[in-house]
Design a protein around this ligand. Structure first.
Ligand SMILES: [Fe+2]
Length: 351
């Protein structure tokens, strides 16, 4: 049974009306990504060389990639790259993969500098757990309080990032430094495609997904017990329209919904569980899931409103210096507030 709260901005009353309003947004199935090469972009040499010069300049003066001195510096052609990326993130796929950064040759610090500079070119880099957050297995158990899936080697299942009602990153970026010994494969699915499928086949399930669910969330350094009203306040639907930007938003992670309802002592009903199961089935449909293994140096950018991501469970290396390591960045929704017309020049190979 949905949790009763005040009707909120973004609540979807007319399920079918969303389809006409989202025609500009990208819906895809696995084969569309497989046959579309445009979302895979090789980082132009001019950008790489500018970043390396800037990194050298910073290091020579004892600064780091996140020093204030690194902010506001112009990197040649970065705005053009950001323009093309914004177009793909909002209009064609919701996913961009950047390749061509050689971690072994250029170094991790230059990679962090490049990632953060791309973030600033797209919008605001959110500083929730530092500007860049290290995703690696810290040997923790996600079932314990205040443990993120990103600190474990477990598969979190399909999700969007952030379960905080007040914090919705627009873009999630992951920069791969090292891969695991086995597993850790990234999985992507499109939630607008799932919405369309459910509207056609199971509208009653979609209706439930457009009502609220309680979400548990991690509060760093939380003292005492969270009140029921605080828990209830962190409730929102899986699907909303227009709350964060002019488009459809999906916010989903099964574990944090189950934990939220459990801790509030308002267990999910059979109907709720059925709706979540059917949504998961739509996302995991054999035509839906696109899989890729990020390689060291790859940077993937996801529209966090439209694309759910997952990674398979992984077996890591014994040696600490070889362990799987990704760096995550969140970019705010101001990345989507600007119009994203098709760039005049989509060819980045000449810059
Ligand atoms: Fe994630």
């Amino acid at each position: 049974m949905p949790i009763l709260t005040e009707p909120s901005i973004g609540h979807i009353n007319d399920l079918a009306d969303v389809i006409s309003k989202t025609q500009f947004q990208p819906a895809w199935e696995k084969h569309n990504l497989e046959t579309n090469p445009h979302w895979k972009i090789k980082i132009p040499d001019s950008i790489l060389s500018s970043v390396l010069v800037l990194n050298h300049w910073l290091e020579a003066r004892g600064y780091r990639w996140d020093s204030p001195e690194a902010k506001g510096i112009t990197i040649k052609n970065l705005d053009l790259l950001a323009h093309v990326m914004r177009y793909h993130l909002t209009r064609t796929t919701g996913v961009v993969l950047l390749s061509g950064f050689d971690v072994a040759e250029f170094g991790e610090s230059a990679g962090r500098l490049l990632l953060s500079q791309i973030g600033y070119a797209l919008g605001s880099v959110l500083d929730k757990r530092g500007l860049l957050y290290d995703v690696c297995d810290r040997g923790q158990d996600y079932r314990q309080d205040n443990v993120l899936f990103s600190s474990t080697c477990t598969s979190p299942g399909y999700h969007t990032d952030s379960t905080d009602a007040d914090l919705m990153p627009g873009i999630v970026a992951l920069f791969c430094l090292r891969t695991a010994r086995e597993g850790g494969v990234n999985r992507l699915a499109n939630t607008l495609t799932a919405y369309q499928r459910l509207l056609k086949e199971q509208p009653e399930v979609l209706r439930r997904l457009c009502e609220t669910f309680i979400r548990d969330k991690i509060v760093v350094d939380e003292i005492g017990t969270r009140s029921l009203s605080d828990r209830m306040r962190n409730s929102f639907p899986v699907f909303e329209y227009g709350r964060w930007y002019p488009g459809l938003t999906c916010r989903y992670m099964r574990y944090w919904i189950e934990a939220g309802h459990h801790k509030a002592e308002l267990p999910l009903t059979d109907e709720d569980i059925f709706a979540l199961d059917q949504f998961e089935a739509a996302l995991n449909h054999e035509d839906s899931t696109y899989q890729l293994q990020l390689q060291p140096g790859d940077m993937i950018f996801l529209n966090n409103h439209l694309i759910v991501h997952d990674r398979t469970e992984y077996l890591d290396w014994e040696e600490p210096e070889k362990k799987r390591h990704l760096v995550r960045m969140w970019v705010g929704n101001n990345a989507f507030q600007r119009n994203a017309p098709k760039p005049d020049d989509m060819q980045l190979s000449h810059i």
